[in-house]
Design a protein around this ligand. Structure first.
Ligand code: URA
Length: 437
């Protein structure tokens, strides 16, 4: 069938067969479908919808458009965590070493930040020398040696998604759940996992700001994981405010290392708590513990004993990262950065520290990227000084932006001040985890 005939099926509201979808994905990969035909097809999918069978067939075809890792010769359960992305969302750097220390192999393939959400690869690359461009062979050897490896998506993993995502981005067809599910799950399922924990964010800084949409996305991803034989669970977690103390790159690595080394750090507790929660769920799904209470204790013990930190340090060495380049105290000190202090304009209770506005401010000063090809300034970022729900007095410091120049900070000062709202009455912050699927 010619591309236009397959497009017409969906344009007219019909159901695509597995053969139609296989032909579409084959055409995306071998270049026989032109960009305008691919774009027309995703727009037809977006407007007419995909039923669960079509969504599964699309995920399957995208997954098999490239290599599916076979790690069966590593005699450990394989598990991973994937987050839909947020501001200050840094838990991967804590969860992977915890799981590795528990005897789980973690083949973590991550992405870069785009827009206001940060990316694990950028955070890792803020460690001097850290190599995220691993060949499959090296990726496998690092997992065998230290239990986890963290790499970018190679050209062989779900190549159809790379092309489709770029065209969806350019044609306003990203925010449709079946397309998102096929995109994310085709990449995650290519890791050859036994178990997968999804952290679906909700709130202003999330990809799906609205809780109902976040739950629907979580349900669809969990069902897809299970359809493909992977034990999958999702946690819906709060992203109306940044996670933990820092948002940026090397500053976030610093926060993770403080947690991995059991060193006190104010306002970092939500990062630690969410990391333990997600790790514990992966530990149960991987069959290492039978229940969450024991799994949480095991995750805590691996942090407490320093076993997780040892795995992190070993991984850094194996991926050519210089662990000594990670700051051991204030991550912004001595870099000649300008500071913009955000102070409470009145006394009351902190009601909002808007993750979207804070994330956008970090991008605007160079700590994130607007276009996929943009470079990143790893040293700039934002530091939170007050938690949502806490009582503040007029003039108290709420947060500080660290930028390369005063002019950079001035451009976002209004946005950042608008990110904070203070209530005259006590505020109960929304819970860190609002649902489990
Ligand atoms: N992230 C992805 O990888 N794909 C999507 O479609 C949306 C977010």
């Amino acid at each position: 069938m010619r591309p236009q005939e397959i497009i017409a099926v969906k344009r007219d509201g019909g159901e695509l067969s597995r053969e139609h979808i296989d032909a579409f994905i084959a055409g995306v990969c071998d270049g026989s479908w032109a960009d305008y035909q691919i774009s027309a097809m995703v727009m037809a999918m977006f407007t007419r919808g995909l039923n669960p069978d079509e969504q599964n067939a699309l995920t399957f075809a995208m997954l098999h458009s490239g290599e599916v890792l076979d790690l069966s010769d590593i005699p450990l359960p394989k598990a991973d965590k994937h987050s839909t992305g947020g501001v200050g969302d840094k838990t991967s750097l804590i969860i992977a070493p915890i799981l590795a220390a528990c005897g789980i192999a973690v083949p973590m393939i991550s992405g870069r930040g785009l827009g206001h959400t940060g990316g694990t690869l950028d955070k890792l690359e803020s460690i001097a020398g850290y190599d995220v461009n691993l060949t499959t062979d090296r990726f496998r050897r690092i997992i065998e040696t230290c239990g986890f490896a963290m790499s970018g998506q190679t050209a062989d993993i779900a190549p159809a998604d790379k092309k489709l995502y770029a065209l969806r981005d350019a044609t306003a067809t990203v925010p449709y759940i079946p397309l998102i599910v096929a995109s994310i799950m085709s990449k995650k399922l290519a890791e050859g996992l036994d178990a997968l924990v999804l952290d679906v964010k909700t709130g202003s800084g999330a990809f799906m700001p609205n809780i109902e949409d976040s739950i629907r996305l979580a349900e669809a991803m969990v069902q897809t994981g299970r359809n493909f034989g992977v034990r999958t669970e999702a946690v819906v977690s709060e992203m109306g405010r940044p996670l933990g103390r820092y948002a940026g790159n090397i500053c976030e690595v610093y926060e993770c290392v403080k947690i991995l080394r059991n060193e006190p750090l104010e306002l970092a507790e939500p990062t630690r708590e969410l990391s333990i929660e997600l790790a514990a769920r992966a530990i149960v799904l991987a069959g290492i513990e039978n229940d969450l209470v024991s799994a949480r204790s095991l995750a805590e013990a691996k942090l407490g004993s320093g076993a997780a930190y040892e795995r992190f340090a070993e991984n850094c060495r194996l991926q050519d990262g210089n662990i000594d380049s990670i700051p051991t105290s204030d991550p912004f000190a001595g870099k000649g950065l300008s500071t913009l202090e955000i102070k409470a304009e009145r006394s009351g209770w902190l009601e909002t520290a808007d993750a979207l506005a804070i994330g956008e401010a970090v991008v605007a000063i160079g700590g994130g990227r607007v276009h996929a090809e943009d470079g990143i300034d790893f040293e700039v970022g934002f530091e939170c000084f007050a938690e949502v729900g806490s009582e503040v007095r007029e003039g108290d410091l709420l947060g500080v932006l660290y930028s390369r120049t005063v002019e950079d900070a001035e451009c976002v000062s209004e946005k950042l001040r608008g990110a904070y709202k203070i209530s005259e009455t006590p505020v109960t912050p929304s819970p860190l985890v609002s649902g489990i699927v």
